[in-house]
Design a protein around this ligand. Structure first.
Ligand code: FAQ
Length: 311
């Protein structure tokens, strides 16, 4: 049974009106947004780590500048998204506390290691590629601040995807050893990228309600299919092989048939048992603890200034 407020709210959503921070919303809508936007913000911040790993080892000065800029963009995306979440009445401190305690998630993809320079190409191409596939529709999401953050983030994200593909082109058309590195990166990152879209629709807990509220615009499987259809020709252009022997064009459906990710592995990663979960969360907790003196100094300074003003 929906209350009169809930019915009126759903009608606004159905008319594609944006919901703004101070307006009435169902508690479930607020909670789902905090979960999704917060998780997305954490993903951007934790997502800096696998690429940060290669900044000191970028092969040229130009590549190093580009990678630095990309990783800084991710910090910016995290900050917009934390701001969007804060408009829902949760503090940034609380969100970080919930990340550090393991209560909130970040994207499974960032629990995989980046072993070679070719991984910087594959991350940009596949991980940012998957991120855009998910985020372009979210530009039309029903919550105003989230939708506006997405518009800005998508512009930068598509540049990131192109820079990743440019690295892949260089590697795939380089020496046999470089091409082998590119293929190896694709082999390792293909399925983790497909997992970014979430569990298959039959196991997705939140999709139905989130789609009714237009917090989500597509199902997980719809976006995963679009991603495969877009990416396979890009792999072919590189002369690389997607690591799925059963991948096959299906004329009737106008898309590829492909092997699903290993969902046991996915749920293990979500439970904290992926190859890098401990390292990633450990790095974030350490950064937070190492910054304590700075936060304390800023607070003391602000207090002193306020006291002087009132004196
Ligand atoms: N990883 O019922 P559903 C980036 C959880 S892009 C971890 O289907 P929902 C940019 C899910 O939370 C990556 N957990 O869930 C970048 C739920 O558990 P809960 C970030 C996952 O929310 C690129 C449970 O499984 N993008 O960072 C994952 O309706 C390169 C059941 O699943 C976004 O966050 C997963 N992959 O759909 C940065 C986009 N999938 O919370 C650096 C916004 C599912 O009940 C370098 N988010 N779970 O405990 C979304 O669109 C949605 O949240 C989905 C999941 C599609 C991810």
């Amino acid at each position: 049974e929906m209350s009169p407020e809930e019915i009126a709210f759903q009608e606004r959503i159905d008319r594609n009106e944006k919901i703004e921070p101070k307006e009435w919303m169902p508690e479930g809508y607020r909670k789902t947004l905090i979960r999704q936007i917060g998780q997305h913000a954490h993903s951007e911040i934790v997502g800096q780590l696998p690429e940060g790993n290669w900044i000191t080892r970028a092969p040229t000065l130009e590549r190093k500048q580009i990678l630095l800029a990309k990783v800084q963009d991710e910090a910016g995306h995290g900050l917009y998204l934390y701001c969007a979440a804060e408009t829902l009445g949760v503090s940034r401190d609380e969100l970080l506390e919930r990340l550090h305690s393991g209560d909130m998630k970040y994207s499974s993809i960032f629990n995989y290691p980046t072993l070679t320079w070719a991984d910087m190409g594959a991350v940009g191409w596949l991980v940012d590629g998957a991120a855009i596939m998910n985020q372009v529709p979210l530009q039309r999401t029903s919550y105003g601040p989230y939708s506006r953050a997405m518009i800005r983030i998508c512009k930068e994200e598509s540049f990131h995807q192109r820079q990743g593909y440019a690295i892949m082109m260089k590697m795939a058309n380089g020496t046999p050893a470089q091409k082998k590195m590119a293929q190896d990166a694709l082999n390792r990152l293909w399925y983790p990228s497909l997992m970014m879209f979430g569990p298959s629709d039959k196991d997705s807990v939140h999709s139905a309600q989130s789609m009714a509220w237009k917090i989500k615009m597509n199902t997980n499987d719809e976006l995963r299919q679009k991603f495969v259809d877009q990416t396979v020709p890009q792999a072919e252009y590189l002369g690389l092989t997607v690591p799925d022997p059963d991948l096959k064009w299906n004329e009737e459906k106008g898309g590829y048939d492909f092997t699903e990710p290993d969902w046991d592995e996915f749920y293990q990663v979500l439970k904290g048992n992926g190859p890098c979960n401990k390292e990633r969360l450990g790095a974030r907790v350490k950064a937070w603890e190492d910054g304590a003196w700075y936060r304390e100094a800023m607070t003391a300074h602000a207090k002193k200034k306020a006291a002087r003003r009132s004196a």
